[in-house]
Design a protein around this ligand. Structure first.
Ligand code: C2E
Ligand code: MG
Ligand code: MG
Ligand code: MG
Length: 292
């Protein structure tokens, strides 16, 4: 074991690293089993329109129900899945399951909301996106106008021209394309000039910083102005506090997502709240000031 004390001394090995590696390989092995025994499930988080509180989108967010570990969050297992080819299998399941669920809600009367599905950079590198998405839509019976794909800027670093073409074809069919975590990648602005994009999802970092740091709120303002000129929609994610909501309203952000409105929920809960009690019961009110 290398020296661990003193500033500037690099740890070559520490017990912690060993246990991180063990955890990594443990989860990788367990994931192979989990995919076969369907231990994953989707949760759904509404993105609502600030003016009428209607639901614009539902983001599908995957969870892993592990028999021993309990629920494991995607921040831990998606990167591991991306290091192997498991993300391809898992990603197929996610898109199909999300479309199937939305198709059911759509035929039950929810015609205005879209399902929004995260697609990883590894998936777009390995798959001809257009055929995959169109095949899944026809298999599940979901109309193209009820789907949005969320892609991060990192997908476009050294992306082949084919990816642009695939996205253009999907967009031409009516599938919406969102740039996720906007503002935290490297190529934000050139991406906007070149890509078939409909929606900017502003990273929650901007939302959490904007209230106390005016530079962030000025940047937010500029993003909203720019989006308007480019005819893009804006979604802000990570709204937890009423002050954040008020600020975003004053800046002109129209679509918001966050714990203040609702946490990601299981499909049964969404169905029950929306179809039996109406949209406002889905929207959780941590505060008496909501709905505004
Ligand atoms: P993301 O796509 O940016 O998703 C938003 C994340 O913010 C979600 O975390 C959501 O639960 C969380 N969130 C929403 N509102 C709030 C809030 O008010 N406060 C805070 N602190 N967080 C909020 P989650 O579900 O843990 O997912 C984390 C990331 O994992 C996602 O970030 C996405 O990059 C990835 N991920 C999740 N599901 C999928 C999936 O189905 N496929 C792929 N490829 N990646 C996924
Ligand atoms: Mg997302
Ligand atoms: Mg995001
Ligand atoms: Mg993220």
């Amino acid at each position: 074991r290398a020296k661990t004390d003193g500033r500037g001394v690099y740890r070559i090995y520490s017990p912690e690293m060993g246990s991180n590696m063990r955890r990594y390989h443990y989860l990788l092995d367990e994931m192979r089993i989990a995919i076969d025994s369907s231990n994953f499930f989707l949760t759904f988080q509404p993105i609502i329109n600030i003016d009428d509180c209607g639901i614009s989108y539902f983001e599908a967010l995957v969870r892993w129900q592990h028999p021993v570990e309990g629920t494991i969050t995607p921040d831990e297992f998606i990167p591991i899945a991306e290091d192997s080819t498991l993300i391809l299998e898992l990603g197929d399941w996610i898109l199909e399951e999300a479309c199937r669920q939305m198709a059911a809600w759509y035929s039950a009367g929810m015609k205005k909301a879209r399902i929004s599905v995260n697609v990883s950079a590894i998936q777009v590198k390995h798959k001809p996106l257009y055929d995959w998405v169109m095949d899944t839509l026809s298999k599940t019976g979901l109309p193209v106008c009820a789907l949005m794909l969320e892609i991060t800027e990192s997908c476009f670093i050294s992306a082949p021209d084919e990816l642009f073409d695939e996205l253009k074809k999907l967009q031409a069919q009516g599938v919406m394309i969102a740039i996720d975590d906007f503002g935290t990648g490297f190529s934000s602005l050139s991406v906007l000039a070149n890509l078939p994009v409909d929606v900017l999802k502003i990273d929650k970092l901007f939302v959490s910083e904007a209230v106390q740091n005016s530079k962030y709120s000025k940047i937010l303002h500029s993003i909203v102005d720019m989006a308007e000129k480019l005819e893009l929609k804006v979604v802000a994610e990570g709204i937890e506090q009423v002050e954040q909501l008020e600020l975003l309203k004053s800046i002109g952000v129209k679509n918001i997502q966050g714990y203040l409105i609702s946490r990601p929920q299981r499909s049964a809960y969404v169905g029950e709240k929306i179809f039996e009690q109406g949209v406002n019961h889905m929207v959780h009110t941590g505060t008496s000031q909501w709905p505004p």
